[in-house]
Ligand binder design. Structure first.
Ligand code: GZL
Length: 335
């Protein structure tokens, strides 16, 4: 699935003249001047010039989000300057500074971690360029960003705990595969799950929790270690994203156990690969986290360019999907 998205991303980047992998798009050269007070107001009908500082390509979910941004930019004729930070905050900060120099209308960023953004966001504000947070939050004062477009990660964690309770009949040992340390999606999914267990499920226990950095490879590695450390004691695995649980499923099979049966799985995202695992009887539940944020993002950009205010939190609508309906759901899945 990720390979298909990646191929499509390559095609779209060629069409849009955008480069990735820790470097900037060239876009058009008109944006080389710094946005200053003297700059005249651009005519309203002029096309949007947008900078997007993407995290990287760590998961199928991330590829789907990038595809949605690129596809929507192409559809709307946006001059998109796109940067792939390869999961490094310093690359995202560099990209934001470049976008400021280019005088873009709006900067979008998916903050890889929550902290360390205040200085560069202030530089954008001083340059009169609004920031939109996409799919992850940043720990900055609210006046430094126009909107956060994304999910309620705490609710996702709550829902994941409720689903795990149903699978384990409210009793059992759980191991947790955390996302990137310091990422709001990881911090809040962990909190939501833990708070729900404390509030409703006294006989369910998290016996181990470690980061798999949202990647399939690391998810497999960490699950292998958990299986060695807790032989025969693990009833369920909770992953902050589907990709890490897809890696854990490989580890469970390598250990001679049946994923989805001997060890129940609950994860977040709703990527196609997880639906395929559920249809094969190797996974149990995915809590949807919608990555197709391109339309909402560029609508907010246009509103800001037109001088309108945007909601501080533009929430994504999401559901919970279970193995029982996976075969029927699969054809309708868009990522
Ligand atoms: C969630 C997003 C997370 C996904 C992961 O909004 O930030 O990052 O859940 C992705 O798959 O790596």
């Amino acid at each position: 699935m990720a390979k298909k998205f990646f191929a499509l991303i390559v095609v779209l980047t060629m069409v849009l003249g955008i480069t990735g992998c820790g470097s900037q798009s060239t876009g058009n050269q008109q944006g080389d001047t710094k946005k200053t007070e003297e700059s005249t107001e651009k005519p309203k009908n002029e096309k949007l010039v947008i900078g997007f500082a993407q995290i990287g390509q760590e998961s199928g979910w991330r590829d789907a989000e990038t595809f949605s941004i690129l596809q929507e930019a192409e559809k709307l004729g946006v001059d998109l300057k796109f940067s792939d930070a390869q999961q490094k905050q310093e690359n995202q900060i560099k990209a934001i500074r470049t976008f400021i120099q280019q005088g873009v209308d709006v900067i979008g960023v998916a903050p890889v971690v929550e902290t360390g953004w205040e200085t560069v966001f202030k530089e954008a504000k001083d340059a009169g360029i609004p920031i939109i947070l996409v799919d992850r939050r940043a720990a900055v004062p609210e006046d430094l960003y126009a909107s956060f477009i994304g999910s309620d990660f705490i609710l996702e964690g709550n829902n994941a705990a409720d689903e795990m309770a149903k699978l384990l009949n409210n009793k059992g040992n759980i191991v947790e595969l955390q996302g990137t340390v310091g990422a709001s999606a990881a911090t809040d999914r962990m909190k939501g799950f833990k708070d729900q267990l404390a509030a409703k499920y006294p006989d369910m226990k998290i016996i181990a929790s470690q980061t798999g950095d949202f990647t399939r490879a690391k998810g497999k590695e960490v699950m292998e270690a958990f299986l060695k450390a807790y032989p025969g004691q693990i009833n369920g695995v909770y992953g902050h994203n589907d990709d890490m649980v897809l890696g854990a499923i490989e580890a469970i099979k390598d250990a001679g156990l049946k994923p989805g049966v001997d060890i129940k799985t609950v994860s977040v995202d709703g990527v196609k690969g997880l639906f395929e695992a559920m249809a094969a009887g190797e996974a149990n539940v995915t809590v949807e986290c919608n990555p197709l944020l391109g339309p909402q993002f560029f609508k907010a950009c246009q509103d800001l360019k037109d001088g309108k205010t945007t909601e501080k939190w533009i929430k994504s609508e999401e559901s919970v999907y279970r193995a029982e309906t996976a075969k029927d759901d699969l054809p309708n899945r868009k990522y």
